[in-house]
Design a protein around this ligand. Structure first.
Ligand code: MLT
Length: 262
């Protein structure tokens, strides 16, 4: 079922009386990246996935986004749907939103699952890369940028063995509004560093990372997981940055095991 909440496209699956899980996708993707997890978990959980403002089916408006406005959107969805301490699940940019939300209001969540993400903010090199990406979109349009970006996200195994699915992620991104894509880049570029809060997190945490993730590799994610008390850290085989799409079997196993213990 689809609902529109303050302009955002929100997709609901499963029984609303069950424990809820809220899924936040990465950049430049949309909520469909969680389909394999939702197909499995909707039997036992109320699954809420939404398209971040400016991506997928959520309109870009003026594109003036910040990580704070993305967190406001998340909070608004939780309040509007009256979700009682949902489990928060985010990948990469979805993880940035999730980490900042936990830093701001951890007591609204019962557990966290973060895939292929990081707590530190963009350094100088990262900021310059975002600026170059915005310049490229302004001169060439969105397609060449998202094609290169998405190609770098996926590992070789998926690109070679799941060509159609890989190409579909690229073609889906071509319909994204350049204003929204640039808005996400600006929000990520300006986000705060949430590293300090990691050791204060009290709720159960599962941290997932693709073994060949080129953007947020295990060398970045393992130390991040070690800063969170009792966090579980799982490395996903044959996977790059998009582990829930690239190896849904292993990601689903890790999630199911973690959720059963809650
Ligand atoms: C994502 O997958 O959301 C992006 O790679 C995050 C980023 O560019 O920092």
């Amino acid at each position: 079922m689809k609902e529109t909440i303050n302009g955002l496209s929100v997709f609901l699956e499963g029984n609303s009386k069950n424990k809820s899980i809220i899924f936040i996708h990465g950049f430049p993707y949309d909520s469909t990246m969680w389909q394999s997890q939702i197909n499995l978990l909707k039997e036992e959980y109320f699954c809420v996935a939404y398209d971040i403002r400016g991506l997928g089916k959520s309109p870009a408006d003026n594109g003036q986004f910040t990580m704070e406005s993305f967190v406001d959107d998340l909070e608004m969805i939780i309040n509007q749907l009256k979700l009682d301490k949902p489990i928060l699940c985010g990948l990469s940019m979805g993880g940035y939103i999730g980490l900042r939300a936990v830093e701001k209001f951890e007591n609204k969540f019962s557990a966290i699952i973060f895939c292929d993400t990081r707590a530190d903010a963009d350094g100088n090199e990262g900021k310059l890369k975002r600026a170059a990406a915005i310049k490229r979109i302004n001169t060439e349009g969105v397609a060449p940028f998202t094609k290169d970006f998405i190609t770098n996200c996926f590992g070789d195994y998926f690109k070679q063995n799941y060509k159609v699915e890989f190409e579909k992620r690229i073609s889906d991104s071509l319909s994204f509004d350049p204003v929204g894509v640039k808005g996400s880049l600006l929000a990520m570029m300006g986000r705060n560093d949430t590293t300090e809060y990691l050791s204060k997190i009290k709720i159960p945490a599962l941290i997932i990372c693709g073994e060949f993730d080129a953007l947020t590799p295990p060398a970045v994610m393992k130390p991040m997981a070690e800063k969170i008390n009792n966090a579980e850290f799982v490395v996903i085989k044959n996977s790059g940055h998009m582990s829930p799409i690239e190896n849904p079997k292993e990601v689903n196993e890790a999630m199911t095991k973690f959720l059963l213990k809650l």
